[in-house]
Design a protein around this ligand. Structure first.
Ligand code: FES
Length: 104
């Protein structure tokens, strides 16, 4: 069992230490706005904020993410749609929210 702090909530998830954060967020926590594109830190589809800094979740293991505050696109959206932070995050990664290739 692994403990992750995501979008202000503590989650206990069944995951192996080496599992990639992108898949744990998508498949175990249902946070599907974290997308998988290239898998090599290029496209930015998988970007989350980790302790306030943009990080590519396709290259981060669950073990590395433990103890960090993770914010996904779901955590940045506000009642009016996309927050300014989310818009900035999307610019940072050069990727529009809600678009990405499927898992390979
Ligand atoms: S999936 Fe492309 S940067 Fe992570």
């Amino acid at each position: 069992m692994m403990t992750l702090h995501v979008n202000g909530t503590i989650h206990q998830v069944e995951a192996e230490r080496h599992e990639l954060l992108v898949w744990v967020l998508r498949e175990k926590l249902g946070l599907t706005q974290t997308r998988f594109g290239c898998g090599i830190e290029r496209c930015g589809a998988c970007t989350v904020l980790m302790d306030g800094r943009p990080r590519r979740s396709c290259m981060i293991s669950v073990a590395e993410a433990m103890g960090k505050k993770i914010v996904t696109r779901e955590g940045l959206a506000d009642d009016n749609g996309l927050s300014e932070e989310l818009q900035d995050l999307s610019k940072d990664v050069g990727h529009e929210p809600g678009t990405s290739p499927q898992r390979r």
